[in-house]
Design a protein around this ligand. Structure first.
Ligand code: SF4
Length: 243
């Protein structure tokens, strides 16, 4: 089952549509969410629960929910595939995740370039990322469960930046998960690209899809570069999994 414990995000990353979709950040009551998860597991006999929040670690709701789940002895597998905030992944959170049987934890690194981290909204610093991975590792997680989102083709991003992010992942034993940037209509990044004449605001959004963008867009990486970087990420994943 997919479960959402909160809506929206208090951050305003330039490439993200969350603030566009939700006018604020709203958390659901942790006890009621735990009751709902328990109900789902008992009635549907589920083995896996996937959280799809944009900002699940913001506030105290996640820790409260984890304690509720622990008290209720809900023995299922949990997954966080949506990229959590490294800066909120403290030792207590990591421990609660481990005790509650989390099997997928994706963390948003996005870029390892401090200037680009700040320019895109400042949601993460490399220091936050290192600390979060250390906390997860001390709690007992390995590269089997933990991976990092890395953005590729952000305006102003260099190929070197992605290679640096892959090096950080290799150093920490974290699987890289490379995401290709697509300009989402209405976001700050999209407006900036329109203002700079990179494309017209009437453009068919299909042309901005990541499978098409590198074929025509001169503002970013060529198809060859995208492919080379994807292969570097796949190669690192194979290396970390011992293949
Ligand atoms: S932190 Fe994540 S959900 Fe929030 S605005 Fe940034 S990318 Fe979007």
């Amino acid at each position: 089952a997919v479960v959402i414990t909160s809506l929206g995000c208090p951050f305003r990353c330039t490439y993200c549509a969350s603030s566009f979709l939700w006018n604020g950040f709203f958390s659901r009551d942790s006890v009621r969410t735990a009751e709902y998860i328990e109900f789902l597991i008992e009635t549907k006999h589920l083995s896996d629960v996937v959280f799809f929040d944009d900002a699940i670690l913001v506030g105290n709701g996640f820790k409260e929910l984890m304690r509720e789940i622990q008290n209720r002895r809900i023995g299922t597998r949990f997954h966080l595939p949506n990229g959590v905030h490294a800066r909120f992944l403290d030792m207590e959170t990591a421990g609660l995740m481990f005790e509650n049987n989390f099997k997928t934890i994706k963390i948003g690194l996005e870029t390892s370039d401090p200037a680009l981290q700040n320019a895109t909204g400042g949601k993460v610093s490399s220091r936050d990322f290192y600390q979060a991975i250390q906390n997860l590792s001390e709690a007992g997680f390995t590269s089997r469960e933990v991976s990092a989102y890395i953005m590729m083709n952000l305006p102003g991003q260099s190929e070197k930046d992605i290679l640096n992010s892959l090096e950080v992942c290799e150093e920490l034993g974290v699987n890289p998960s490379v995401n290709e940037f697509t300009p989402i209509p209405g976001t700050a990044q999209w407006k900036d690209l329109v203002d700079r004449g990179m494309f017209n605001e009437e453009i068919d959004p299909l042309l901005l899809d990541n499978s098409i963008l590198p074929h025509w867009w001169e503002g970013g990486f060529s198809l060859k570069t995208v492919q080379r970087l994807k292969e570097a990420a796949w190669s690192l994943r194979r290396k970390l999994s011992g293949e």
